[in-house]
Design a protein around this ligand. Structure first.
Ligand code: CAA
Length: 258
C-alpha cells in the first residue's frame, strides 16, 4: 500500500499499523489523507492476514483536526458538494477492531477520529479537544454526538462550547481513553493489545464489535435482540465448537477463523 500521507505496516502477529504522515502540519486531516485512510482500512478489513488495526500519528500529534487551510475559503455549497465527512461514515462500517494510539494533539477531527476507534491508548502527552468554536465553526465529524455519549452532556458542552483541551488523565477519568502510558510506550502498548485481539477467534470478535456499536443506534430491547442473534449465529462457526471443546478438554483452542 503506497500512499502519500499514510504509512501502512502489516505485522506478522496479525495486525496492521496505519500512521498519519503529515508531520509539518501536525497531521491535519486533508481530504487526500482521509481518502487514503478509508481506502487502507477497507482493504485491510478484507485481508485475512489482518485481524486488528492501529491508527497512530507521531509524538507531537495524533491529528490536529481537519485541514483548516483546505476549508478556509469554501462556501457552504462547496462543503455540501465535497461532503468530505461522508468518508468518515465508511470508517464506522469497518468490521475489525481499530485501536487509536494517541500522543500529542488529538483535536477537532483528530479527536473525532480517535472517538471513532474502538479502543484508545493515550500517552501522558495527549491533548484532547474539540476547538472548532475558536475558528468560528463546530464539530462536524461526529464530535457533538460521540463525545456526548462518551462523557455526558455537561462535560461535552464544556469542551464543545469553550474549545477547552483536556489531558490524557482527564480523558481516562471521563471515559474517552482506556489507558494512559508514557509516550515512549504508547505504540507498543497498542501493539500488545492488537496482538491479543488478533489471537482471538475473528468471527466472534467481528460480531461482538458489531453488537457493541449497535448499542449506539438502538433501543435496549432492539440491542438485546441483536446481541442474542449474533450470539446464536456464532454457533454456526467452527471456532465456537473448537473453543468450547478445548475448554472441556482443558487445552488451548486452535482458531480457524471460520
Ligand atoms: N489544519 C491545517 N494546518 C494545521 C492544523 C489544521 N487543523 N493544525 C496545525 N496546522 C499547521 C499550522 O498551520 C502550522 O503550519 P505552518 O508551519 O505552515 O504555519 C503547523 O501545522 C504547526 O502548527 P502551529 O505552528 O500552530 O503549532 P503550535 O504547536 O504552535 O500549535 C495547535 C499547535 C494548538 C494544535 C495549533 O496548531 C492549532 O490550534 N491547530 C488547529 C486546531 C484546530 O482548530 N482543529 C480543528 C480543525 S476543524 C475540524 O477538525 C472540523 C471537524 O470537526 C472535522
Amino acid at each position: 500500500m503506497d500512499y502519500q500521507f499514510l504509512l501502512v505496516t502489516k505485522e506478522p502477529a496479525g495486525f496492521a499499523v496505519l500512521q498519519f504522515n503529515r508531520p509539518d502540519v501536525l497531521n491535519a486531516l486533508n481530504m487526500r489523507l482521509m481518502e487514503e485512510l478509508v481506502d487502507a482500512l477497507e482493504q485491510l478489513d478484507r485481508d485475512d492476514e489482518v485481524r486488528c488495526m492501529i491508527l497512530t500519528g507521531n509524538e507531537k500529534a495524533f491529528a490536529a483536526g481537519a485541514d483548516i487551510k483546505e476549508m478556509a475559503d469554501a462556501s457552504a455549497v462547496d462543503m455540501l458538494i465535497r461532503d468530505q465527512f461522508a468518508r468518515w461514515d465508511r470508517i464506522r462500517k469497518i468490521k475489525k477492531p481499530i485501536i487509536a494510539a494517541v500522543s500529542g494533539f488529538a483535536l477537532g477531527g483528530g479527536c473525532e477520529l480517535m472517538m471513532t476507534c474502538d479502543i484508545v491508548i493515550a500517552s501522558e502527552s495527549a491533548k484532547i479537544g474539540q476547538p472548532e468554536i475558536n475558528i468560528g465553526v463546530m464539530p462536524g465529524a461526529g464530535g457533538t454526538q460521540r463525545l456526548t455519549r462518551a462523557v455526558g452532556k455537561v462535560k461535552a458542552m464544556e469542551m464543545v462550547l469553550t474549545g477547552k483541551t483536556i489531558s490524557a488523565q482527564e480523558g481516562l477519568q471521563w471515559g474517552l481513553v482506556n489507558k494512559v502510558v508514557p509516550v515512549e510506550y504508547c505504540l507498543q502498548e497498542a501493539k500488545d493489545l492488537a496482538r491479543e485481539i488478533a489471537s482471538k477467534p475473528p468471527v466472534a470478535v467481528r460480531l461482538a464489535k458489531e453488537a457493541v456499536l449497535k448499542s449506539f443506534d438502538t433501543t435496549m430491547e432492539g440491542g438485546l435482540e441483536f446481541e442474542r442473534k449474533n450470539f446464536y449465529l456464532l454457533f454456526a462457526s467452527d471456532d465456537q465448537k473448537e473453543g468450547m471443546e478445548a475448554f472441556v478438554q482443558k487445552r488451548k483452542p486452535d482458531w480457524k477463523g471460520k
